[in-house]
Write a protein that binds this ligand. Sequence first.
Ligand code: NAD
Length: 347
Amino acid sequence: MFILDEMEQFQCEQLVFCQDPSSGLRAIIAIHNTKLGPALGGCRMWKYATEEQAVTDALRLAKGMTYKAAVSGLPFGGGKAVIIGNPNTDKTMAKFRSLGQFVQKLQGRYITGIDLGTTVQDMDWVNIESEYVTDITGSLGAFGEFTAEMTAYGVFLGIKASVGKVYGSELLKGKTIAVQGLGKVGYFLCRYLHEAGVQLVVSDINADRVKKVLNAFGARPAAVDDIFGEACDIFAPCALGGILNDQTIPQLKCKIVAGGANNQLAEDRHGEALHSSGILYAPDYVINAGGLITTAVDLGGFDAPYAKRRVERIYPTINSVFQLSETLSICTAAAADRMAEQVLAKA
Ligand code: NAD
């Protein structure tokens, strides 16, 4: 792997390799872009098969954070840390303190937090060594519940904007929405949609989560592989990335794709594939920015009600993306990228 070429491809400012024999830490911090402010983005712990995979993941995720912060009007850049290791068996306080020392040495160029495989406890350990960490005990992001609720709230508002665009009215009552993934974000989203009178069709690989949503919101279950082909108005992916691809797009029977999952498009060209199939796609990093907005609000010292008000700006932002897509005759995914790149170019 040619690291500098790879960085250039992702337009990444700086890559920091961290290894500490005394704690066993092996980590990579990607600082993608700091034009708008310090690079903000969580720390993922994952059992990467190779170092190349860890580098690519850090670069890809950090770039996504830059674009998400830029379209959301936040004074932050994008960054991400990845720790190579099994989050279930390889975690120690020493590793996270060691990461904290590396983060501290960056003097605020990068601010870390929770991501896949890391918890509030881990961030509390980072915080022993560094002030540049969010999602610690007592913060708005602690335990992820409020952050996930705000992510779901932003997705809910983005769905309303999308429905308004496609159907000419934002009324959700009577619409059918298929939700894939009923974890933190999916559950809160189902709650908002149920309150708005939506008929829910849901799937999750975890049967207990499906049962919880069926009981609470009168949803109908779908098999994990069948959710894509469900007849519905909106498909809301809230589980894994890469689920909009050559196999799944031809199955879709919806008019809108709008959900909370990150990196929904397997490749950029799938944004175009949705567009040419006549399906309105609400770009993932625009509609799911509620969590990042909450973290940014917390870092600014503001409270939860302010975070909620700030998340409400996702609604006009999504409408601006749709408008730009129409004006330039490009797909919505490309329009969101243009918007982010315009903000960065002006900075
Ligand atoms: P979570 O781990 O709480 O929930 C994910 C759920 O998806 C789990 O219930 C899991 O069983 C289910 N799942 C996994 N594979 C599935 C499959 N093939 N079919 C159906 N269900 C499947 O995670 P979360 O915090 O709810 O995040 C969900 C998505 O939203 C992720 O892509 C995440 O990156 C993204 N996201 C989350 C936040 C946040 O604030 N939590 C913010 C932005 C984006």
